[in-house]
Design a protein. Structure first.
Length: 275
C-alpha cells in the first residue's frame, strides 16, 4: 500500500490521468491525497470531480479556494468570472450530487504524522486546534446554512480581503469562521504575529515588508507534523523535513506533481500548453 499526495489539479483531467498511470495507482491497495483546488482554470473540472468522487475511500481531498468558489457560484452567491472554467459542472445532470459531495469534504485531514490542507496554518495553531477549528467550518458547509456563510466568505471575508486578518480566540460567528477558512484555503504569507497577507501571490523573496511564508514563522506550533499542501504556484514544488508544498503550476505551463509519502519519491507530468 502506498499513499500519493497530489498537487492542485484545477480541472486538468487528462494530466491527472497521465499522473495516475505514471504512479501505477491501484485503488484496491493505494490511497490518493488531493490538496484541494480540484476545479477551475483547466478544461475538464466535471471529469475531475466525477473521478475523485468515484474513488470513494481510496481518495481523500480537502477543500481549496477554487472549490469554495465553485460552491459559491452554484449557490448563486456570485457569477462565474472571465477566467472561470466551471460551466461543465454547473450544467451537468449530476451537478447537485457533486456539489453536495464537495460540501462534505474536509478542510483538514490528519493521518500518519501528516496534516493535509490546501494553503497554510496560522503560527499559533496546534494541529489539534486546527482540526477543531476546521470542523467548525465543515459543520456549516454541510448544513442548510451554507449559502449564508458562503455569502459572507465570498463577498466580505474572502474575495474583497476585508474582515479580520488575525486569529483571536474571542472571534465569533462568520468572522471566526472566515478567518479559519481564509487561513486554510488562501494563506501564503503572514507576519510573525499571524497577520495574514491574503492578496499576495508572488515569490517568497518579493513578499511585502513584514510578511514571510507561513511555514517560516519561528516557533510555529504545528511544526511537529509534516504539512502537505498546495496553493502557491509561484513557490513551486517545495520540500522540507516537515513540509510538502505540491502546487507546481501545471495550469501555468509547468508540472502536476505527486509525492509518495512513504519514501518521498516525486512523480510529475508536464504541461506544454498553459492556460
Amino acid at each position: 500500500m502506498a499513499t500519493f499526495a497530489i498537487g492542485d489539479v484545477q480541472g486538468c483531467f487528462s494530466a491527472l490521468l497521465r499522473l495516475i498511470e505514471q504512479i501505477r495507482f491501484d485503488p484496491s491497495r493505494d490511497r490518493l491525497w488531493f490538496v484541494g483546488d480540484l476545479v477551475n482554470r483547466g478544461p475538464d473540472s466535471l471529469s475531475v470531480l466525477r473521478y475523485i468522487k468515484g474513488l470513494g475511500s481510496a481518495a481523500v481531498t480537502v477543500l481549496g479556494n477554487h472549490d469554495l468558489h465553485l460552491l459559491a457560484i452554484a449557490a448563486d452567491i456570485t457569477k462565474p468570472g472571465r477566467k472561470d472554467t466551471v460551466q461543465d459542472v454547473l450544467q451537468a445532470p449530476d451537478r447537485d450530487e457533486l456539489m453536495t459531495w464537495l460540501r462534505h469534504q474536509p478542510l483538514v485531514y490528519v493521518a500518519d504524522g501528516h496534516i493535509l490542507l490546501h494553503a497554510g496554518l496560522l503560527p499559533q495553531w496546534t494541529v489539534a486546534q486546527t482540526q477543531q477549528l476546521a470542523r467548525e467550518v465543515e459543520a456549516v458547509l454541510r448544513s442548510p446554512r451554507y449559502p449564508e456563510f458562503l455569502g459572507y466568505l465570498y463577498e466580505v471575508g474572502y474575495r474583497e480581503n476585508s474582515g479580520p486578518r488575525r486569529w483571536t480566540d474571542s472571534l465569533t460567528g462568520h468572522e471566526r469562521l472566515g478567518v479559519i477558512a481564509n487561513a486554510l484555503t488562501k494563506l501564503r504569507v503572514c507576519s510573525t504575529e499571524g497577520d495574514m497577507g491574503l492578496s499576495y501571490k508572488g515569490a517568497p523573496h518579493a513578499a511585502p515588508p513584514g510578511l514571510i511564508p507561513w511555514f517560516h514563522v519561528p516557533d510555529r506550533k504545528s511544526a511537529e507534523v509534516t504539512v502537505v499542501c498546495g496553493h502557491w504556484a509561484a513557490l513551486g514544488l517545495h520540500i522540507l523535513d516537515n513540509l510538502l508544498v505540491l502546487d507546481s503550476g501545471y495550469i501555468w505551463g509547468q508540472q502536476l506533481t505527486a509525492v509518495r509519502l512513504e519514501d518521498r519519491q516525486v512523480f510529475q507530468v508536464s504541461n506544454r500548453e498553459p492556460a
